[in-house]
Design a binder for this molecule. Structure first.
Ligand code: NAD
Length: 294
């Protein structure tokens, strides 16, 4: 779709990281931006930062895992600006699950699914009917991850399962929109190709009491800084993709109506080939085995 001054973009998880970068990038194109996030103080700061850059901003505290709050977000967006053209279902969390799958806490799964899967579904249900009824061009971008979206990182498997669901949900959405000859497109985003410096490693800061852990953690949460230091100590190279590059990929992809917002990367391309080959050969997923030794 063509991006034009005065259109409206809604971004969930907009107070930090990739969501903030996307909102900022859409604002730079002259779009009004609706920022939704569960973390109030960070949201206020994000809104103030974008306003200081000249953006027109509506900010709202929303837990995307709660259907009523996402429906209210749509009411607020349409009430404030009268239309929505771009919807980025981006809010996401790491689950904090430890150990093998049979040792995980159900609440790790409940929480990650509430935000990463139900959050995207709620966004689609709250906005897409109104975007279609508006009759104007529009686009939905759902944030997945190479972890699960391509193949699981078995050490972060709950997250991977949710992100695999986001790919399948977006493929289905794409087909449903095509079947309706809609002027609304759909894309699935794989931020990368490298690591990102965002708040994802501190996702537990936003974990609600209703999904609290029931057992104390066996190991403390590791920060991105600690992980990076450990990798460097082990002589492993660590590369980062700036969030602005991810936002650029999104804007380009929306303009080009590109479904796979999947940056080319040696590692991810190799994973796609290995997984596809394993399925076509009816061979066991040996590309996962080095993780099993961890
Ligand atoms: N950082 C990475 O390496 C990476 C890689 C691939 C995919 N992703 C995905 O990118 C998206 C953005 O994550 P990020 O890396 O920018 O992390 P981030 O923590 O910096 O940003 C995520 C934002 O979502 C918000 N959020 C959390 N729970 C919410 C809820 N219930 N309702 C509304 N907002 C909520 C957080 O407050 C935060 O502002 C996520 O979907 C994440 O899974 C991140």
């Amino acid at each position: 779709m063509e991006l034009r001054v005065g259109q409206v973009a809604v971004v969930t998880g907009a107070a930090s990281g990739i969501g903030f970068a996307m909102a900022r990038r859409f604002a730079a194109e002259g779009l009004k931006v609706v920022l939704a996030d569960v973390e109030e103080a960070a949201l206020e700061k994000a809104a103030a930062d974008l306003r200081a850059e000249g953006a027109e901003v509506h900010a709202r505290v929303v837990d995307v895992g709660v259907r009523e709050q996402v429906l209210e977000l749509a009411e607020a967006a349409y009430g404030t600006y009268g239309a929505v053209h771009v919807l980025c279902n981006n809010a996401g969390v790491g689950s904090g699950a430890e150990g093998r799958m049979w040792e995980h806490e159900p609440n790790d799964w409940q929480w990650a699914f509430a935000v990463n899967v139900w959050g995207v579904f709620h966004g689609i249900q709250a906005f897409v009917p109104r975007m279609l009824a508006g009759g104007e061009p529009g686009h939905v971008v759902n944030t997945s991850s190479g972890d699960g979206g391509i193949a699981p990182l078995p050490t972060a498997s709950v997250y991977a399962v949710t992100k695999a669901a986001v790919v399948t949900m977006t493929e289905s959405l794409y087909a449903h929109l095509k079947a309706e000859h809609a002027r609304v497109g759909a894309s699935v985003l794989f931020p990368g190709p490298h690591m990102l410096r965002t708040g994802l490693w501190e996702s537990h800061r936003n974990r609600p009491a209703r999904y609290a852990k029931q057992k104390p953690r066996r190991t403390p949460y590791r920060t991105l800084g600690q992980w990076e230091a450990a990798m460097r100590e082990a002589g492993r190279e660590v590369r980062f993709t700036p969030v602005e590059e991810v936002a650029e990929l999104v804007v380009d992809g929306v303009r080009a109506d590109r479904f796979w917002l999947l940056p080319a990367g040696e590692h991810s391309d190799a994973q796609i080939r290995a997984r596809s080959r394993s399925m076509l050969d009816r061979a066991n997923p040996s590309y996962l085995e080095h993780f099993i030794l961890d």
